[in-house]
Design a protein around this ligand. Sequence first.
Ligand SMILES: O=C(O)C1=C[C@@H](OP(=O)(O)O)[C@@H](O)[C@H](O)C1
Ligand SMILES: C=C(OP(=O)(O)O)C(=O)O
Length: 434
Amino acid sequence: MIKKLMTRPISGLQGTLTVPGDKSLSHRGLILGAISQGTTTLHHFLPAADCLSTLTALQQLGVPIMRDGTTVTIIGQGLRGLTQPKQELDMGNAGTATRLLAGLLAGQSFTTTLVGDASLSQRPMERVRQPLQAMGAKLQLTAGHLPMTIVGQILHGGRTEMQIASAQVKSALILAALQADQPSTIIEKLPTRDHTERLLQQFGGQIETAADQRTITVHPKPVLHGQSLTIPGDFSSAAFFITAATIIPNSHIRLVNVGLNPTRTGLLTIVQRMGGQVTVDQQQQAGEPVGTIDVAYAQLQPVRLTAAEIPAVIDELPLVALLAATADGITTISGAAELRVKETDRIATIVTELQKLGVQITAQPDGFTIDGRKSWHQPTMPLASHGDHRIGMMMAIAALRLAAPSELQTAEAVNISYPTFFEDLARLSQEVPA
Ligand SMILES: O=C(O)C1=C[C@@H](OP(=O)(O)O)[C@@H](O)[C@H](O)C1
Ligand SMILES: C=C(OP(=O)(O)O)C(=O)O
């Protein structure tokens, strides 16, 4: 396992890459496969630590699941076929897995306890406990955090108005609503990624989203049917290379089979607005749009982002900060306080790390101000992931622009969402001529 890594400057990125499967869809494919009738096969599954936490938890809930590399076979047990696990379920670092399983387990007929690593144990869980409790669920937390004990109950449908923009909370409510005694209406604060809704329809569930894009109706007690699914490449993983090719001169890359769900691709429009050279060729596919992205180096202009744009770029905001650190002016990002409750306080960790390179970046309670006009310098102390995969990969990309190699500590954090990140980066990297 890599604990620290020397990142070397490169003179450009060239070539074509297929990024690993989508993390959000890998979690959801496992869960919906588990509660369906019959067999589900997931192709291009993401075998990263977070998704393996979901896979193992479902096995402990009595679901036979076999994995051969990136192909996963799930023997569905139906909505009422899960069984009480013999021990607590360890969700590792995975926020998505924890919140989604909280919704699913709230309506089962047994008690489950979820635990997690040090980072996950600091993350807020009231956000799922409160709306699930309003449906009749019984979730016990430890001062708002994990460990979480879920005492399965009969759940009631009805209307829930969400207090935060979170696809994780929405998906927990949808999974609970499937088990309720009457239909449920969930009203989002802002539209967030809609993978659960799309996938549930593919499995035969009845779920509708109104024209306002934020009112969702879930019909309970469906019989879901196992599916054979190919998971698109993860846009959030592609985003590291979109950013790298944009900020490193002499770059031109192609990313193929990337998921292009519009609730995820905010970074594309932001890079284009900043003057980036990104073109997209979208192919039609049932369920989720996929396509090819071409990216070349460009000198960027600053940008202003506010709350309404944040959900579609939430996991790419570390990369927006990095892009802004190369732009010809002052970028402001606001309405992004959710960053404070991710794997790390990402507002704090982004500022700490980019400042090591001399970037003029200031933290705001809900975002950043970044002046990209100052030139960067070699760090005087090692760069670090802080145990946060997205911070580690963002800094590995940033370091490629430096004049000399630099050290990245706790680089193994990439295993959470992108175990082959450094191999893929090496394949596209052109060495600086000696
Ligand atoms: O539903 C999902 O798969 C996710 C939703 C987002 O979290 P929130 O919805 O809580 O913002 C995102 O940050 C996370 O990486 C994955
Ligand atoms: C926030 C993330 O994941 P999770 O909430 O599932 O831990 C992420 O992948 O950036």
